[in-house]
Design a protein around this ligand. Structure first.
Ligand SMILES: Nc1ncnc2c1ncn2[C@@H]1O[C@H](COP(=O)(O)OP(=O)(O)OP(=O)(O)O)[C@@H](O)[C@H]1O
Length: 625
């Protein structure tokens, strides 16, 4: 019954189809993803029209003085109110005898500078504060929320009218204040996106690979929220022009400088004498604002159409901010100074608790003590919910925010993890301790190609050049059994299968030569055939590199195949710990016997070699399916 599923998996493991293979969809998606955003927007007719109109207006405004037939304030009373197409005055002249076309061109300068200022201030303030508040939370988040709410309840037009009363006609100041008033829109947008993104597993994975918070925000969080920011900025640019024109129309502009809103006001006053005057500023404002709104829509459609930039809305697991965890772990007594310990990792009396709603606490890891020597493979076995992942997460610093390590020590090379600073911990993660997660797909950032996600940690942690890191990444992809490393390197995560994603994560985990690899049920989410291959790769890599490994699993076949020692967990406690051989031949604890019995179909305990052979045979049968 498993065969069709295996075949399906095998086919999805195959390299992506090449040109002419007949399977066009992945290729076209890939090709589309490779195009830059600008090219994709321009390939949309509406996008091209919007960009052309905006560009023409901007260029004409910049070079207004050079291309305008007259100076903006040149008066020739003899042509006052002449209609359009009058020789020398293509769009006519206003009631003071000034050329409309010349004024329209020059007026664009102040209007565009004002709109740009509003957008720059709103985006800078809103995005920076939103990123920090969303990512770090805490008091900064609370205070910035208060300020944002305060600004949002203030009626912006009334504030701007009041500002005019205080500082007089000052377009730059007015538009700068408008930027501050609309910044909360960006703040709220970015903050809510960051809160959802920071809980994604690939952000956890980035933390575990040793990336600093600044690097994670820059590379993973900001890249994911950039699309909505671009779209909102485009709408705000249009709105800024409308508000500026509106204020000038009601007489709150600077009469000494031509602006589109000011021209609209003058035309309105001369509506009966020269009705066409109102058309030109109205048309240009309409064209400019309409083009920005159109552009915003096209950018949105383009980004939503390209899955490379989509954010998974699924909140997979409550993740923790690394430094918050550190704050909690730091409450433990300890020193960062190395102490004498022969083991690579030494965990003693570890206790992890969660607060209950009624104020009590629930202990999910009780007095766990374990050690892993250099090059040793420790299996952490137990039924679902027995505390294996919580123990692994405590070591990795990945416990959810609400979790507390209420007791215990975790020493790596005798160095207390609890007493490390964020920087010291980051230096350890990725380089000395690496992690392979349960769900490969959720641990790759959908916004980046596989190659980038492999190359960047090597560049920042090992200081490799881009080309050296690329060569190393391709070699690693080959080593983990990917047939066409180049293609996978250039693919986005949605273009590869789960099995390939897990191989990529293994390649990433070993890329910085860790001394300890923590693999949390690395094959659970995969098809059985792929499971056997992945375990084979892990076994080979562990032997080649002499890495220590903690293998979290509920499968005794895997334990027999890979582990030197086993710790059996039940209800958050280690109930038995022994060498694999001893544990299989003479299990001591009734829970271990029960687990072994259910795995190996019961019966009296047999010699270790026989148990191990059984388990290995099971694995081989699985890999032969
Ligand atoms: N955020 C949380 N809040 C409260 N309890 C939690 C939280 N996360 C996990 N637990 C509890 O911790 C216990 C141990 O969970 P853990 O994930 O370590 O189990 P596990 O042995 O790894 O199981 P599995 O094999 O299913 O992953 C469970 O009882 C679980 O309900």
């Amino acid at each position: 019954m498993k065969q069709p599923k295996s075949r399906l998996q095998a086919s999805s493991e195959a390299p992506l189809p090449t040109k002419g293979s007949g399977e066009k969809q992945p290729k076209s998606a890939s090709a589309r993803a490779k195009q830059g955003l600008v090219r994709r927007v321009l390939s949309d007719p509406l996008g091209a029209i919007a960009v052309t109109i905006i560009s023409l207006i901007v260029v004409a405004s910049i070079f207004a003085q050079a291309i305008a037939p007259f100076a903006a304030d040149f008066v020739n009373i003899s042509v006052a109110n002449v209609p359009p197409l009058t020789p020398g005055h293509l769009l006519g002249a206003d009631s003071s005898g000034r050329d409309v076309l010349s004024r329209l061109l020059v007026a664009g300068q102040l209007t565009l500078i004002g709109a740009a200022l509003t957008v720059v201030i709103a985006v800078s303030l809103g995005v920076i504060v939103g990123l920090i508040a969303g990512y770090f939370g805490g008091i900064f988040d609370t205070v910035s929320n208060w300020i944002a709410e305060l600004l949002m309840v203030l009626p912006s037009k009334i504030v701007l009218v009041a500002l005019f009363a205080v500082v007089g006609p000052n377009t730059i100041m007015t538009m700068a204040v408008l930027g501050v008033m609309v910044a909360p829109g960006f703040f709220r947008l970015v903050r809510s996106l960051v809160i959802s993104v920071k809980n994604e597993l690939y952000v956890d994975a980035a933390r575990v690979s040793g990336l600093s918070d600044a690097a994670i925000i820059g590379r993973h969080v900001l890249m994911t929220v950039r699309a909505p920011i671009v779209i909102q900025a485009s709408f705000v640019a249009g709105i800024a022009v409308v508000i500026q024109a509106g204020l000038e129309f009601i007489g709150l502009g600077d009469p000494s400088t031509p602006t589109w809103g000011g021209m609209l006001q003058e035309a309105f006053l001369a509506l009966y004498k020269a009705p066409t005057l109102i058309i030109w500023p109205g048309v240009i404002i309409g064209l400019f604002v309409g083009s920005f709104i159109l552009l915003g829509n096209v950018v949105r459609d383009t980004l939503e159409g390209g899955s490379s930039a989509k954010v998974s809305g699924k909140a997979v697991r409550a993740a923790k901010a690394a430094q918050r965890s550190l704050k909690k772990t730091i409450t433990l007594e300890g020193t960062a100074k190395p102490v004498d310990s022969p083991a690579l990792l030494n965990v003693s009396d570890l206790q992890v608790v969660y607060p209950n709603a009624d104020g009590t606490t629930k202990t999910v890891v009780h007095d766990v003590s374990l050690s892993v020597a250099k090059g040793e493979v420790l299996g952490l076995v137990g039924e679902s919910g027995s505390g294996k992942t919580q123990t692994a997460f405590a070591i990795l610093g990945l416990l959810p925010q609400e979790a507390m390590i209420s007791q215990g020590h975790m020493l790596v090379h005798g160095q207390n993890l609890a007493a490390l600073t964020v920087k010291e911990r980051n230096a350890l993660l990725g380089r000395k301790i690496a992690y392979i997660p349960q769900e490969p797909m959720s641990n790759l950032d959908p916004a980046f190609r596989v190659g980038y996600q492999l190359v960047e940690p090597m560049r920042s942690l090992l200081g490799l050049s881009r080309s050296a890191a690329r060569a190393e990444a391709l070699a690693l992809l080959k080593r983990v059994g990917i047939n066409d490393p180049e293609r996978t390197f250039n693919s986005y995560p949605h273009q590869i299968s789960g099995g390939m994603a897990q191989r990529v994560l293994i390649a990433g985990a070993i890329s910085c030569n860790p001394e300890l690899l923590i693999a949390d049920e690395p094959t659970t989410a995969l098809d059985v055939t792929v499971q056997a291959e992945i375990l084979d790769i892990l076994r080979g890599l562990q032997k080649e590199r002499g890495m220590a490994m903690i293998l979290v699993t509920h499968n005794f076949g895997v334990v027999a195949d890979l582990c030197d020692r086993v710790a059996v967990m039940q209800l958050g406690r280690i109930v038995e710990q022994n060498t694999s051989q001893e544990l299989f031949s003479a299990p001591q604890h009734s829970y271990t016997k029960m687990l072994l019995g259910s795995t190996l179909e019961g019966g009296p305990a047999r010699p270790a070699w026989q148990h191990k052979q059984d388990a290995v045979r099971q694995m081989e049968e699985v890999s032969n399916v």
